[in-house]
Structure formats: structure tokens, C-alpha cells
Ligand binder design. Sequence first.
Ligand SMILES: Nc1nc2c(ncn2[C@@H]2O[C@H](COP(=O)(O)OP(=O)(O)OP(=O)(O)O)[C@@H](O)[C@H]2O)c(=O)[nH]1
Length: 809
Amino acid sequence: MPRHKTDLSAESYDYDDDYEEDDGMTEDDRRQMKAALKQVRQTIGGDIPGVTDADIEETLWYYYFDVEKAVSYILKKHTKASKPKPAPKPKQVVVAGPAPKKDDVGQGFGYGFGARTAVEAGYFLDAPWGNVPTERLGCLIEQLPPVKMGLVGGSGGPKTSKLAALAKARKEKKLAEASGAAEPTGGKPLGVTKERPSISLLSRLSHKSSASSVASTSPSPTPEPSAGRVTPILTTNTNINDKDKTPIGSPKRLQDLDQPRSPVVEEEKCDLKAFKEDLALKAVPSSFATSMFGSRLEFEARFLWADTKTFDILTGKEAAKVQQGFSGPSPDDVVETAQKGMGGAKAKADKNGQADGKGSRDSGAKTAPSPPPSPKLPKAKIDVLKAYGESSEKDHVNFVVVGHVDAGKSTLMGRILYDTGAVDERTLQKFRKEAEQIGKGSFALAWVLDQTHEERSRGVTVDVAVNKFETEKTVFTILDAPGHKDFVPNMIAGAARADFAILVIDASTGAFEAGFHLRGQTKEHTLLIRSMGVHRVIVAVNKLDSVGWDGARFEEIKQQMAQFLSNAGFNEKDIAFVPCSGLEGINVIKKPEEGVIPWYTGPTLLEELDITTKYARPVDKPLRLTVSDIFKGGAQNQPTVYGRIDSGYLQEGDVLLSVPNKEQVTVKSIVINDEPRPWAVAGHNVNLQISGFDELHLRAGDLLCHPTSPLQPLKCFQLKLLAFETLTPMAVDIHRGHLHAPGRISGLLQTYDKSNGTVTKKKPRHVAAGNLASVMVELVAGAAIPVEAGMKIVLRSNGQTVAAGIIEK
Ligand SMILES: Nc1nc2c(ncn2[C@@H]2O[C@H](COP(=O)(O)OP(=O)(O)OP(=O)(O)O)[C@@H](O)[C@H]2O)c(=O)[nH]1
């Protein structure tokens, strides 16, 4: 019972019994009690008769060991008690603690009142507390003066109550524990805000990189040469907050998409970030879910018409055949064709002396509009195209991992990273232990990628996690996208940077069906990656262990998915199916033991990844680098930009122009996969240390280009799109990678025949789901965004993807 519920004036209270048996005192309390008792005794002397130690202790207990108050009370009480007067009434009374429950009346509530009956105590149950007559009050204390802050027992400093002191001690203990808990992650506190530069991303990065810093600092065991081709993975996540470490590290999290396009990056402090994440996680499900669910049927409708031809038209593959509005191929095709002829284009460039970017126009230009003028770099120190053509570096390939929620994406990627040596045994053991502690032992591998508290406690990926590993031929960057429908924008950001995709299917009973039909993300993700220009997909038929490696199940899934992928515009030659179990590590890196999958003789998942032919890169196009992250790091706390070069190239010392804010920055150094490099080309994920840069004016989603071939940001553009839902002039969210801006479809220009691309209707009133159309899109609030003709855009509305297309002009 709280002490304030006792009544010191209650004569009938037999404290000796209770006190001895269960006084609720800690060792510390007893020590203080002893010292305080001694002080009180010294102060009041032995003059006052009838004051026992028990009296004093009770008073001290009541006053939280405040000697002064205890002495005052005892003197007052016992001086008055010697006179034949009634016990002093409190000057002012307040109710302490909550009103008693009805059931308590006469029991706990009567504590200390002896003679009070249930009936008496119940008098004021329904009485307003402010008007309760004093004689009716059952649980009242004298109002204490405001507590002075200070140490109990007096140390010369200001005083505080014991409760406050205890609370303080508890808080300190918690803090000490928290800092202690951070030690194993590399000795750096998580979620530090003070030491951090004022970029919101850092909060998340610290989470992300903390665990991986363990991996990077702990000795990496020599990886088994499994599959004979896997080389040890490079360190993946570097804690960018750790200024003592590598100057620049690969950021692990893509910047929050929910940030408004306010330039005030500094105001996005870590707490605010955490708050936003929290808010995102707690987003009201009803409207969102309702809209998602409600329109799911409509969403399904688009698969009725979706066929390869439609996609070919949209992405320009049928451009030569299509008349109006389809006279040119998509950028993908331009690039593809260019690269075919580049066998090389690079070698030719050397011969023709066009390696400085002046020449070497792609052969695909025969169907493409005339290319923009080549960039003229000011005094290039290195002939980058020549250097690139001569270099024997591994290909750098990004792949996005998509699929329905809980399909096992993170676990599968964790398995790849673990089996290839990027994550050592010790780190995984730690994850296992921590995961088991919260009853999520099976998520240990997923925790290699899911590193934020929210992701781990919910068992759901929220943001795209970036990691990398390499084989003998290729450096792979994994973009592990969230499967949950609430985080589709994050998934789009991942897909925008991907060369190909791994589509993970949960083969366990009922799960494939759940992910594939009605509410699942399998279809939506597939369609989105296709819309974002991904041509190749590896379908990892996962969790086959849960169905006893049933070959029939694999075949069933393969058949349905093959049909669907073909309808969604993927060519048969670009689709591969691999049976596997990420959790058990079967057929991921290691070949299955004999007899486990007798019906399968194909490659493992890693072997299938490695089949990837060298990707053609538009290196001779104007530089376009999409910014994914901005952070500070390194010994000098230099601002660093992380992003992928979509086209063109750059080198150290280059002056770049940021769009839309038109700020000029100088490239001080370039880091690719933790290695400093003098130049970088399209396809590289780079960390650029830059100077002459105002943090306020650059953010994720922005674009860097050379001032000689600038990108003109657009406030309004014409989009040729594929409608996933019925479109009218309406509000939409415009997505391109990390770019996320509010806009509206301001006009419907024309619809096209899906079979041949001819115009079917001008100025339609609406565009039905499944139709091709050209529409005008405007930015709300007049803000221009860094997009240009040829870029792929996704439109969403009410949390749902409503269309995807290519900017025409
Ligand atoms: N039986 C079995 N279970 C698996 C396998 N792979 C993953 N799981 C389990 O499936 C659950 C979800 O795994 P995750 O890796 O978090 O799934 P995810 O697709 O990344 O989830 P989101 O990113 O949130 O969509 C976990 O309990 C895993 O242990 C597998 O191969 N076999």
C-alpha cells in the first residue's frame, strides 16, 4: 500500500506487526531509516514522553525520511497530545490516490480507520470530491508543501522527495543499461541524435549499420568455396555515424519517402524521423486498407488485358509499328539497342577518338528521336569512357527482391549473405539469441537485413535494405523491398534502381494462393517492376521445405507464374524458376544433398544470379545520378551523396549541378564498394564526397548532372501510361524512385488501341483500367521535379498504384 494512504493519527494501527513482517522496505530504505531515526532522536532529545522509535519511524516513512518534517510533526503531535484536546485536523485536505472501488469499501479502504464501517465509508462514493465533509473523508492526507528538489537526507544541495530520487535513480539505471546494451553493436550508442549531423536519415542509418558494423569489425571467417564461385563478400554496412571508421560507408537505408519536399533537411531530426516512422507504422489502416481492398478487384481486372504487346507498346518495343504517339522506342530499348552495337561501342569509341563523350551515339538512334548534344566536360583529367572500356572490373548489378509479405525475402537474402561470408557466425548467433528472446527465432536470418526496431518487433520489412555481395564475375547489390502493401512506395524506390528482380514466392500450402490472388502483393509487385523497366525476373519458389519438397507444388506454381509473367510483359527467356528454402539454405548457395530435390537439376539461386549477362549501360549519355541519400561521415564529417548513376559518367574534380535546386557541387572523391575510385560510370552505386554544397538544397530524389547537359525540372509533363485503375482528372502522388511529390492528372489527352497503338479517342472523359493513354500531369504547389522525357513514373492515389508510364515530354 502506498504510504500516503496511511493515517498517522490512527491510533488503532498496529504498525509493529506489519512493519516487522512485511514493511516493503528495501535495504536502502532501512539504511536511510536508521540514519534518519538517529537524527530525529538527536533533535527532539529524550524529553518527549511516549515517543517510541516505532512512532518516529512511521513518521519518517510517511515523510519520505525528511527529518525536519518528521521532527515538526512529532513535536506538534505530542505537544498537543499532552493537552486534553482532540487530534489536530488538517488545515486543508486533498484526496490522495484514486477513488476507492465500491468493492474496496470497508476492506482496504477502511485500512487505518478501525471503527469505520462499510456504510460510513460508502457515504461519499457518489459525492463530488471537492464537497466532501471532512468527517467523511476516509483517505485523506494533509496537503504537503511543494517538493523541493534535492537529495534525501540533505547534502547541502536542494532537497528532493524520495520518490523523485528513486525515479531519478531508476532513470539513470535505465540509461546505463541502454548504453550498456549498445556496446555489443560496436560500442556505439544507437539512435544517437546529439553527435549526429542534422540529417534525418542518420537515425535510421545508425540502426541499420550498427549491427552490420559488428560484421565488418569482427573477423570474417574464410568463406567456404561453395558453388566454387563465390568470393568473400565485401563489408556491406558501414556505420556512417562512426567518425573513427571508414570515411564513407554504404548507407543501408533509403531515405524516408514520406518527407515533404521542404528543403529544410536540418529540421528533420532523428526524433522527428522516428516519430514519422512510428506514424507510418501506425497509419490508420481503415481507409488505406479499405481502398486497397476495395479496388483489389479492379486491380485484378487489369490482368485480363495485360499482355506482352501492351507492355511492348507502353515501353516502346512496338514503336516502329505504332503510328501516332508511338514513333520512338522507350529509353530501355534505345539503351539496349545501343549496347548491342556497342560490342563494342566502347572499343569503337577508343578507335574513333570519341571516348570523351562527343561521339559514340547508339545505333538504336535509327528509331529514336535525335539524341541530345553530348556533354562537354571541362578539362577532363581522365578519358573515362576509354578507361571504362579498358577496365576489367566486375559488372555492378542491382537487383530488387519483391514478393508478397512474409514470402521469406529477407530470410533468403540473409541466407545469401551468411552463406557467402558477408555475415559471420558470431553475428548470426547474436541475432538468433535476440530473436529468440522476443519469440521470433525464425527471423534471425531476416534480421541481417531488417535492422530497425520496428522491423524486428513486427517481423515486417518497412524500408528497402541495401546490402551487397560479389561473385567472381559480378558485384551484386541487394535491394530488399518490403512486401507489405503499406510500403509499396518504398518498394517502388527499390525497383527504380534495379537491373533485374528476384520474385520470392511462398510455396507453403495456401500461402502462394494468398499472395497471388486477390489481396496478395505478388501481382502488384510484378506489374510494378515491369512498369519500372525491369526485364528479367528470377522466381525463387521458396519454403518448399514446408511442403516436403513436393515437385508437383513447384510445377503448379511455375505454371501459374509463367503464364502471369508472360502476360505482364516478361519474355520467356528472361524468366527463371528456382526451387529453394532460404531458412534451411537449400539450393540457395549450396547444392541440395542428393535426394532432397530429385526432380530438379537446374542451377542454385546464386548460380542463376551469376548467369546474368553483362548489363549494357548508357555510359555515353549525359550524366544523370539519382540521389538516394545524403549524409555526413568520415574524419572530416564531409557531406556525402549516395546514389546510382543512371547514365553517363563522372570523375573526381567534376563540378555537378543539382536539380531542382540548381546548386553547383564539386566531387572531392568517389567511393564504390568502399574503395576509392577516380571515376564512375552508369550502373555504379557511388558515394560522392562533395563540397560547395548546402545540405538544405539537396535531398533524396534529387538528381545530379553536369552543368553542360543540365536536366530541366518539370512542373507539368505529358505521360503515356498504362492505367491500373480508372483515371479521371484527379489527385495523384508522383513516384520516381525516391522522388515522391503530390500532383494531379490535369487532363486526359487521348487513349490508344492496345493492339496497334493507334489513337482511339481524343479528350476522353476517363481512362478505364487496363487502357493505354496519354495524360497531362501537373505538380501541385507548382514545385518542379527532376524528371525528363523517357523517365518512368508511377502514379498512386489513396495508397494504391493507379498507373505507370513514361514521360513523353
Ligand atoms: N519453412 C520456411 N519458413 C521460412 C523460409 N523462409 C522464411 N521463412 C519464414 O517466413 C517468415 C517470414 O520471413 P521474412 O524473411 O521476414 O519474410 P519477408 O518476405 O522478408 O517479409 P516482409 O519483408 O515483411 O514482406 C519467417 O518466420 C521466416 O522464418 C523457408 O525457406 N522455409
